[in-house]
Design a protein around this ligand. Structure first.
Ligand code: FMN
Length: 192
């Protein structure tokens, strides 16, 4: 990757990488770490990036522990490292869970019945006496029909993360580079 030496080019690089994270499943930005205020972190699939508002969209089960956590404390960190590009992106912002409304509805509509099936079973974190997928037996390994998958909708929500700033860190033998860009402001160079 060519060294980025202006805030404009860093911003363009960040936005291009996040867009690629949505569209390209092999991109490092496709599966970032999403951290919450309780020092917990987990991998989530990046579903959408809105460059205008610097928002990220993720999908989640409303019964997952991260949901009440984010509702109580909206601070969210998003972290990814692209090994090939030698680039770390570290975002900070606030998260909002939307169970209903146009964004959650559209995300559900776009999902395949296979993807929707994940929301049919036990909630993430539910205890089990034996190793389990959490899914009811009748649907293991099967694609559910539209009707069968309907009850799963109430367990589905979107997590919208409104990014306040992104720390862009590029590793290079010629000297690392690091910039912090805010959503609206200019940016600042800092020592790596
Ligand atoms: C590759 C990969 C992708 C994942 N994608 C998601 C996702 O998009 N949404 C999600 O809620 N959990 C996803 N998970 C599961 C989470 O990492 C986590 O185990 C689960 O959401 C429970 O998190 P919580 O206990 O913090 O709520 C994914 C896990 C892996 C390994």
């Amino acid at each position: 990757m060519a060294m980025q030496e202006t805030f404009e080019s860093v911003r363009a690089d960040i936005e291009r990488r996040l867009r690629d994270g949505v569209e390209n499943r092999n991109s490092a930005m496709h599966t970032p770490v999403v951290a919450t205020g309780n020092a917990d972190a987990r991998i989530m699939v990046l579903r959408d990036f809105d460059a205008q508002n610097w928002t990220l969209r993720f999908h989640t089960d409303v019964r997952a522990p991260k949901v009440p956590e984010i509702e109580a404390d909206p601070r969210v960190g998003v972290l990814a490292y692209d090994r090939g590009a030698k680039l770390q992106l570290r975002g900070r912002g606030s998260g909002r869970i939307e169970r209903n409304g146009p964004v959650a509805d559209a995300a559900w509509e776009e999902s395949t019945n296979f993807a929707r099936r994940c929301y049919l079973g036990e909630g993430p974190g539910a205890r089990s006496d034996k190793p389990t997928s959490g899914l009811p037996e009748w649907i293991e390994g099967e694609e559910p029909s539209e009707t069968q998958v309907q009850p799963a909708r109430e367990n589905f929500a979107v997590l919208i993360v409104h990014i306040d700033e992104i720390d862009w860190f590029y590793l290079s033998n010629d000297g690392h580079r690091r910039a912090v860009l805010t959503r609206t402001g200019k940016g600042r160079w800092i020592a790596p």
